[in-house]
Structure formats: C-alpha cells, structure tokens
Design a protein around this ligand. Structure first.
Ligand SMILES: [Zn+2]
Ligand SMILES: [Zn+2]
Length: 120
C-alpha cells in the first residue's frame, strides 16, 4: 500500500491537470475535468447512475457543466485527497489507491483510464 502514497501532488491550474508522483517514482497526470467527472461523492455517483439510465437527451444536456477548476485540496489521513471545486462542490474524497489504478498513462492503462473506483 505504501506505493499508493504520493510523494508529490501538484495542481496546474493553467494546464488543467493534477500531477501525482508516487512513492515508486511513477508520475500520473490527471485532467481536472476527468477528476470532476469521476467525483466519488455520494451525490455525484447517484447522478451518474441516474444519467446512465436516462434516455431523455434533453435532460442529459441541460444545465451548465460542473466546474473543473480546483480551488482547494486537503489531505484526508494519508490515504486520500479531497478537492474543493470553484462551484463550491467539495464532497469527493479521492482515494490514492483508486487514483493510481486509474492512471491515464499508456503504460498503466493502454486503453484509457477506467472510471475512478468508489470508496466502498
Ligand atoms: Zn461530487
Ligand atoms: Zn501510469
């Protein structure tokens, strides 16, 4: 598990990315909009479940997209990080082990990153 602790965690607001360097030296670069789209909080997970069942395209495209701008980051114990987004949303706890599994690099996930695993 110690490999799932980052030694470095950098938000690049200009590039819109989060860069994580893990204990083993591997670096993962996540797009902030991907992180937001995979927000692991209960209400976002419920929304995605509903959207997956939603057949009404009008409803799917209604409303403004959620913010992908990070305004705050806070460590949760030594196993996760919690992000605050510009629109006030801050309930998502991103578990490092899940982030590492969803590393978007071609070496870890050649066919694209899997959705972030929920914390349960
Ligand atoms: Zn959320
Ligand atoms: Zn990787």
């Amino acid at each position: 598990m110690h490999n799932h602790r980052p030694q470095e965690l950098t938000v690049d607001r200009a590039a819109g990315t989060l860069r994580v360097v893990w204990q083993d030296g591997h670096a993962s670069v996540y797009a902030l909009h991907w992180l937001r789209a995979n927000c692991p909080c209960a209400s976002c997970r419920e929304e995605r479940r509903a959207a997956a069942l939603q057949t009404d395209l009008l409803k799917l495209t209604a409303g403004s997209p959620p913010s992908a701008e990070i305004v705050g980051a806070e460590l949760v114990g030594n196993y996760a990080v919690r992000f605050g987004w510009a629109d006030g949303h801050d309930g998502g706890i991103y578990v490092f082990a899940a982030l590492r599994q969803s590393c978007p690099c071609a070496e870890c996930n050649p066919s694209g990153p899997p959705p972030l695993l929920p914390d349960d």
